[in-house]
Design a binder for this molecule. Structure first.
Ligand SMILES: *Cc1c(COP(=O)(O)O)cnc(C)c1O
Length: 397
């Protein structure tokens, strides 16, 4: 499918979505899908969540936008909630993940300059994904995203993910920050090793380097804790979040601890960032996540999903090579089946999934998914696995 008026920037599935309710979405023809992509980890409360709809309605009729020339209650309230439930720092609001990371990058550069004009290098990991604007893209170590757009921003260097020796070979007094995803999302759902993050934290302290965790995808309750770093017991100096924060309304945020809080008026800004509509969505989402038992339930659901997928891996060893992830952020690595083909078949069978890398299917259901819906998704995945197994059988004979 092509459109006369839209740029050809996405490999979209050939369906036109129309409405959603909970973990279900319907296309224009009225066909229903179980949504295990959740707008790429965005619709964490599902679709049309009554509380989110009502807070947006209320805020829209009161004040949608007024710029950052003024204070607003929703922005101040959301900053307080985010700060108190994470690293206790100061908050800056942006509109997306890449913008949150751009903010963190600028913050790191200014932090470095307070010590030395030579301290500007930012290190990031192989196979990372931090966004598509120039700063974030320069930190995104994947040729397919970078190659066509060089020259990139100066002063970025790279190390191997989960490899402390590689990091040590790149660290120096010139480095002002290291940015990593505690769980790499885009490149295939790869969690950082505990020893790696612990050692990374030590090295950053030794060299006066800011540690930035990009939790744009793995944050917001996705892993069964509010933020993924809380599984590791390693705190960053700067935390970036976006995707799920507004439950579907665009918003990103940066939380910086005291050491990293170096911006002064006119250093950075955004016209839309933190506008009352987006922040009222963020407040509603955060309040739901922080309700007693909510994250515990995400943990249980993640455990169930993983257990069921592990069973499928045992039953389909020729098709599935690995199942990994934490909570409701799960990657299914496929053996010799292109992930895009697999995802297309899932969609045909009524299950929306996301692709990561070339050979991994990413499951990122809304955090309000039910056990029954997990069971239904597993049945569809099983059916698709069976179809691929039969196809291969036919090809062989
Ligand atoms: C999606 C993502 C981004 C970019 O977010 P956008 O809102 O698309 O700009 C950055 N970092 C990570 C880890 C992501 O998953």
């Amino acid at each position: 499918m092509q459109n006369t008026f839209l740029m050809n920037t996405y490999n979209r599935f050939s369906i036109v979505l129309d409405r959603g309710k909970g973990a279900l979405v319907w296309d224009r023809e009225g066909k229903v899908y179980l949504d295990f992509a959740a707008g790429i980890a965005v619709n964490i409360l599902g679709h049309s969540h009554p509380k989110l709809v009502s807070s947006l309605r209320k805020q829209a009729s009161r004040l949608i936008h007024c710029s950052n020339l003024y204070w607003t209650e929703p922005q101040m309230e959301l900053a307080k909630i985010l700060s108190e439930s994470s690293i206790g720092g100061k908050v800056f609001f942006a509109n997306s993940g890449t913008e949150a990371n751009e903010t963190a990058i600028k913050l790191a550069r200014k932090y470095g300059k307070t010590m030395s004009c030579e301290k500007y290098v930012i290190l990031s990991a192989n196979n990372s994904f931090h966004g598509r604007t120039y700063g974030s893209l320069s930190a995104t170590v994947q040729p397919k995203y970078q190659e066509k757009f060089t020259p990139l921003v100066d002063g970025f260097d790279y190390f191997k993910f989960n490899n402390i020796d590689s990091l040590k070979s790149k660290i120096s007094e010139k480095v002002c920050a290291v940015i990593v995803e505690p769980i790499q999302g885009e490149s295939g759902v790869v969690p950082a090793k505990n020893e790696f993050l612990k050692e990374l934290r030590k090295i950053c302290d030794e060299y006066n380097v800011l540690l930035i965790f990009d939790e744009v995808q793995c944050g917001m309750g996705r892993t069964g804790k509010l933020f993924a770093y809380q599984h590791y017991g390693v705190e960053p100096d700067v935390l970036t979040v976006a995707k799920g924060l507004g439950g579907g309304v665009p918003i990103g945020a940066v939380i910086a601890n005291e050491r990293a809080n170096v911006f002064e008026p006119s250093d950075h800004g955004s016209t839309f960032g933190g506008n009352p509509l987006a922040c009222s969505a963020g407040i509603t989402v955060m309040k739901e996540l922080l309700k007693e038992g909510f994250l515990e339930n995400v943990n249980k659901l993640g455990f169930l999903l993983k257990k069921e997928l592990d069973k499928l891996r045992k039953d389909y060893p020729q098709e599935i090579s690995d199942v990994r992830g934490i909570g409701l952020m799960i990657g299914i690595e496929l053996y010799k089946i292109p992930a895009k083909d697999f995802a297309n078949k899932c969609v045909e069978n009524g299950l929306l999934v996301a692709v990561a890398g070339n050979n991994t299917i990413r499951l990122l259901p809304p955090l309000i998914i039910t056990r029954k819906q997990i069971g239904q998704a597993i049945q569809i995945i099983k059916k698709v696995l069976e179809e691929f197994r039969n196809e291969k059988g036919i090809a062989r004979s």
